[in-house]
Design a protein around this ligand. Structure first.
Ligand code: ADP
Ligand code: MG
Length: 380
């Protein structure tokens, strides 16, 4: 008699980390440390960001105090810095896809827990600003409720216990290395969503690494699939960006045969950091020409390994001239796929043409075509 093993162990519950996974805390940490260090005559250089992500507050404080040689104890540091954080909690944004994910699991009756290294009272405070979140979690475990925070598995084991399920029934979603380590040590399946760019290699022990919550496919884990994908595209809350067309790397048409009308990222760094890298599409308006379909990438273009995050819109129309300097407005309406690296230039080009076909077809659908009339398209 043979025993058929399931390909993948199926889960029934989800345990989520909070900071960097559901809410965008990283930008705030950086902002606050910058201000704080200036008071001690030091300058934040970003080197801590990778080290402190996912650490308990005390551990993170100890690292900053030591690395910057600040003449305070870690307790003093924490007591000075904590009020600076509390002030900001009321406007920490949910990360793209966080509300979608919570609503989806809630509506399908999938039990969810929050497990964070932050003290429980801080977690409660932070989520109180997000409508419907508190009631969506059947359990919340804070770092102050266990003897050791992540990377120790205790916090996840406690969350499973409070959900009343076996650890092996839980899928952990985490942005940091300590969190991934803790989830694996708890013998849970772990999906990593690194919150810091270009860090996916750090999460190699995770069962899957995804670029943003938009890329989660719950059915891979035996959970109900999202129903909102249409013809290979995901409708998103629309956002826009615009300005005069600037010169880019001169690579689009020359290397790829695909011109991309670059916009200056000055003044848009917040918008750019808010949106996960990937391929998106929408509508583009040029002040003297009209409105066109558009497909674009946001990110570092792994094939070219850029150091700056840029947006690269390809207007789906044959123009017989350049239009540098002309005012360009973009309304972004949907998402196609995460950024990826390619083994060859040909495969990259083929993929971009496939993105083009997907975008062109999708933009005919009423959910996307209606945004052609967005006032922003006519306000230039
Ligand atoms: P750059 O690196 O300067 O952006 P590209 O090779 O990407 O150079 O070419 C982009 C330029 O080509 C745009 O700024 C625009 O003036 C022109 N252009 C012509 N057709 C298109 C198109 N269909 N989409 C975007 N830009 C186009
Ligand atoms: Mg370009």
């Amino acid at each position: 008699m043979s025993v058929v093993k399931p390909l993948k162990k199926l889960v029934s519950c989800v345990i989520l980390d909070l900071d960097g996974t559901l809410i965008n805390t990283d930008g705030i940490v950086t902002d606050i440390l910058k201000v704080f260090l200036v008071n001690y005559g030091k300058q934040w250089d970003g080197r801590e960001a990778h080290k402190i992500v996912g650490k308990t507050p005390v551990e993170a404080a100890a690292m900053v105090v030591e690395d910057y040689d600040i003449p305070v104890t870690k307790e003093e540091f924490l007591s000075q810095i904590t009020p600076m954080f509390s002030e900001r909690w009321s406007n920490i944004k949910a990360l793209p896809g966080a509300n979608r994910l919570i609503n989806h699991f809630k509506s399908h009756g999938v039990l969810m827990a929050l497990a964070s290294n932050s003290p429980k009272s801080n977690i409660e405070k932070k989520i109180s600003y997000h409508k419907g979140w508190r009631d969506s979690f059947s359990a919340i475990v804070g770092g102050d409720e266990v003897t050791a925070g992540k990377p120790n598995p205790e916090i996840f084991l406690e969350a499973a216990k409070r959900l009343g399920v076996h650890p092996s029934s839980c899928l952990v979603i985490e942005d940091s290395l300590p969190g991934v380590t803790a989830g694996k040590a708890a013998e849970m399946d772990v999906v990593a969503v690194p919150s810091l760019p270009k860090q996916s290699h750090l999460c190699s022990s995770a069962d899957e690494v995804i670029n943003s919550l938009l890329d989660l496919h719950p059915e891979k884990w035996g959970l109900p699939a999202f129903q909102d994908w249409v013809e290979g595209t995901l409708p998103i809350e629309t956002w826009h960006i615009g300005g005069p067309v600037t010169r880019g790397f001169g690579r689009g048409s020359k290397v790829l045969g695909i011109p991309t009308a670059n916009l200056s990222t000055d003044g848009y760094s917040d918008v750019l950091s808010e949106h996960p890298s990937g391929v998106y599409f929408g509508w583009a308006a040029l002040s003297t020409r009209g409105i066109y379909k558009m497909v674009m990438s946001i990110g570092w273009n792994p094939y070219f390994n850029n150091t700056e995050k840029t947006i690269e819109p390809w207007l789906l129309h044959d123009f017989n001239e350049d239009f540098y300097g002309e005012e360009l407005h973009l309304v972004i309406v949907g998402y196609i796929r995460p950024e990826a690296n390619f083994p060859s230039l040909e495969s990259l080009i083929a993929k971009i043409h496939e993105d083009r076909r997907i975008a062109e077809k999708a933009l005919e659908l009423p959910i996307y075509s209606k945004h052609k009339g967005d006032p922003y398209m006519y306000n230039l």
